[in-house]
Structure formats: C-alpha cells, structure tokens
Design a protein around this ligand. Sequence first.
Ligand code: GDP
Ligand code: MG
Length: 429
Amino acid sequence: MILNSNPIREVIGSLAARLRSAIRSFASRGASKKELENLIRELQRVLIASDVDVKLVSELSKRIREKAKEKPLPGLTVKEHVLRVVYDELVRLVGEGSEIPVKRDVKMVLVGLFGSGKTTTAAKLGYWLKKRGITPTLASLDRDRPAAYEQLKQLGDRMGLETVREIPSPPCIVDTAGRDALDQKMLKEVREVVRKLKPHHVFLVVPAEMGHEAGKQAAAFGELLTAVIVTRMDGSAKGGGALSACASAGVPVAFIGTGERLDDFELFNPKRYVSRLLGWGDIEGLLEKAKEVQSEVKFDPKDLSTLNMLTFYKQMEALTKMGPFEKVLQMVGLTDLDKKTMEGLKAKLKKYKAIIDSMTREERLNPDILSRSRVERIAAGSGTSTSDVRGLLKEFNTMKKMLKGLRGGKLGKYALKKGLKGFKGMKFR
Ligand code: GDP
Ligand code: MG
C-alpha cells in the first residue's frame, strides 16, 4: 500500500498498534494486578516513545492504578472498567481541545518559527472557514521574505481567496513573519500585530516533531496565545508529546494538521483522537455498553427475568456487606453469619467475580447456555477450575429456585430459609 510506504507513518502506526495489542492482550486475560501492571508498562513505553514527558507518564500511571481499584460502573466488568479508565486518562493527557466559534468578522493570527507549517496552515484554516461559509482574506506580514507572500498567494488563488500584504479587514487570517528562534524580538512583533488587529485568535503553530518541547514554546507566549495548532501529526511519532505538553502548559490545542493537502486539517477532538488511536469501535462499544447494561442490573425479586449473573453477583456482594440484604436475613433468622463464614464468602466472591468477568455478555444474561466447552473456556479465562464455575452455576440455580418459591407465599419463605441455610453451610474453597 502506498500509505504504508512512508517510514515515519509506519512508526506512528506501529506505536498505535503496540498500544492496541497491549490492550487486546489485557482484555483477553484475567483482570489481575499483574496484567494491569503489564498494560501500564506497555502504555508507558508507547507514551515515552511518543515523547510524552516522563513526569506526565508517571502521573498518568499513578492515576490509572488508583482508579482501577475503584468500583466499576454498573454493567461494566473489572476489565472493561480498567480499559475505560485508560481511555479517560489518555483523553485527559492530550487535553481539552478548543471550540472555535465561526464568526463573520473573525480575525485570526498565526505565529511560530520558520518551517513550522505556518503558511500552509494559514491556507488550510482559510479553506476550513470557507467550507463553513466564511470567505476570509489571507494576509502575509512577512516583509523580509517576498517568497512567503508568493507561497500564500498561490494557495489562496487555488481556493479563490484574496491574498494581501498588509493587515486586512475581517474576516481574515494573518500569517506573521517566522523566526529561527523564539526570542524577545519575535514576541514584540506578535504583540504589535495583536495590538493593531485585536484578533479573536492567536494560534501558535508547532510541528508535531517538536514533541514535548512544544509546551515550553506555548508557555513562552503566555497570555498572547489563545490556542496551539500542531502540524505534521502524520509525519512524526512525537505528536502525543506535543499535544500532552501543550495541555499540561494550560494551552488548548485547537487544530491538528494531518497531511500536505489543504483539507488534511481538523479541529482537535481529544476523544476522537484517542478513540482512533485505540481502535474506534472498541471504545465506542464499551461506552455504549455501560449505558445499555445499566438497566439490566436492576434486580427485582418479584421478576425472575431480572435474575442473571450480574444481578446474582450483586446480591451476593450485598450479603457480604450486610447491606439491603440484611432485611431478608433478619426475616428468616439468619443474621448470625460469623466472621469466618464472612471471610470465606468474600474469598469466594472474588473468584466468582473473575468467573463472571470471563463470560460473554450473552452468557451473563442467560447462564443456561453454558455448555461444557463454554465452562472449560471460562475456567481457563478466569484462572479457576471447571468445578469452580459449576459451583457458581449451582448457586445461581439455587437462588433461582428460591425466587420461584418466594413468589409462592409461605412455602416460598420456607424455601428461601432453606436455600440460605444451604448457602451458609457451603464449603468455601
Ligand atoms: P512555515 O515556514 O512555518 O510557513 O512553513 P510552511 O507552511 O512553509 O510548511 C513547511 C513544510 O511543512 C511544507 O513542506 C508543508 O507542506 C509542510 N506541512 C505543513 N503542514 C503539514 C502537515 O500537516 N503534514 C505534512 N505532512 N506536511 C505539512
Ligand atoms: Mg511561511
């Protein structure tokens, strides 16, 4: 493929592929501490290869570890919860993005060092506005370099946009003179343009290959800047470093340049960026799922169809916490679960959680479909034995019977009592 013949693009591609493969490997194994550490380690490698500042990487790792311990949202397994945490933290790492109101009288100024992609970006931005019904004038203020104006004019002509050499009336996009280094002279010039034009936006243009150094540049401009535009995201693996450094310097990234053509340019959307990096479908599916399954975890003792592996687990969990279930226990005179029994129950629950995590959605909602081969797969996936899995299924079915009985009045109460006694007396491995 032609696209793949670009070696730099391959580097970016291979980093993203490494990230995805780390996530896939985490998702296919048990959600143990060891697997989480493996995932974090691979994530760190990829981020550092993308030139993300080491301090930011270590902060991110710490937050992932902490949040991974929190209780998953209803409907999410521990594994899915961890993946969601990773996603959220990556989005947070690359910043917030920036809303660009499209106004009839918009005035934008681009600043940056030579070769950063400023002139190309001025044209791309012009095209971006034009597609939104605004026809800006392009202006080149680079007086020392006539070629700079010529370059912008060529691009402007292609789009039917007027190109001038002085500060124009709005709507307009102003390409300022580039510099070899960010110095006082450059800052002074920028201040001058800002004073004269009073622009809505002053964008610092930085190339992706600048990596985390981009943050220092953005910070040097201080209040003068409204946002950053990172160019050549397609050409350097260090884009992640540039994005995260700007975010950490408190300057939003408004746009990214993703190629040499005029429409290789887009508003920077952190969620979309990270989703693409991780494989769009996976994340979307996961977030959807969290919403969808929420309704499935509401358990109603009067409605047998609300009993599934997830609601069952919740009931057992409640039992160990002496939460709402305590009432039921009192009712049947079973409030005397001793400490040792409780510890055993907790240990068992941990195992059950691993087993349920290894089930597919379909299996969780309808455990009746668990054939022998499915049981074997789940045991292997959760690091338990087939007899553990069958033990869980047996208890699930006991609960089901109890519930059926519960609906039958007096007899139900008896069945419940009997069932719970059986539960209490069960051996914990
Ligand atoms: P300036 O000196 O800051 O005005 O930089 P230019 O606009 O002249 O761009 C320098 C080089 O970067 C040119 O070859 C552009 O085609 C290239 N360039 C700018 N933006 C992008 C981008 O997003 N992707 C790629 N691949 N090249 C870009
Ligand atoms: Mg230029």
